[in-house]
Design a protein around this ligand. Structure first.
Ligand code: THU
Length: 158
């Protein structure tokens, strides 16, 4: 039997149409791009993660001459939060990607490895992790990781 899976997300034409706390996180993700070390790809990614205690932590992609040794912006932020605030759930993660310094019109989408890491923390904290993908023409918001990574092993039912 053929089946179809659908998922939901919101799309905004600009951050000004979003909740004030989301606007703040979008600005933090854009600011976090300044910390990108991306001499090889020239693709600057910034991530801002709001924790359930209100703290916002930032990450940026870090590249290396031995390519696989680098790390995506969102994993830099999540691993830092996981290491320093192991018991504090993740609330919302905003990600912004720029190509040669120009913010992508359509938001950059997280890689599969980052989605798997998001899923792990969502499961660990038993709290839905909201995700905001920032582009200059469109901003997309997902209510939980399941909407970015269907059929997650041991997915939360929300
Ligand atoms: N990158 C991220 O930091 N996050 C993503 O979601 C996608 C890709 C980084 C990895 C690498 O430094 C550069 O962007 C180009 O792939």
């Amino acid at each position: 039997m053929k089946k179809t899976l659908s998922f939901n997300y919101e799309e905004f034409s600009s951050a000004s149409r979003m909740l004030p706390e989301d606007q703040e996180l979008v600005a933090a993700a854009l600011d976090a791009q300044k910390g990108s070390y991306s001499p090889y790809s020239q693709f600057q990614v910034g991530a801002a993660l709001r924790l359930a205690n209100g703290l916002v932590v930032k990450g940026a992609n870090q590249e290396n001459a031995a390519y696989p040794s680098g790390l995506c912006a969102e994993r830099v932020a999540m691993f830092w939060a996981g290491a320093n605030y192991p018991d504090v759930p993740f609330d919302t993660l905003a990600i912004a990607g720029s190509d040669h310094g120009v913010l992508c019109e359509s938001p950059a989408s997280p890689c599969g490895a980052c989605r798997q890491v998001m899923a792990e923390y969502q499961k660990k904290h038993k709290t839905p992790l909201k995700i905001i993908l920032v582009g200059s023409k469109r901003i997309r918001k997902f209510a939980c990781v399941d909407d970015l990574l269907p059929f997650i092993f041991d997915s939360l039912t929300m």
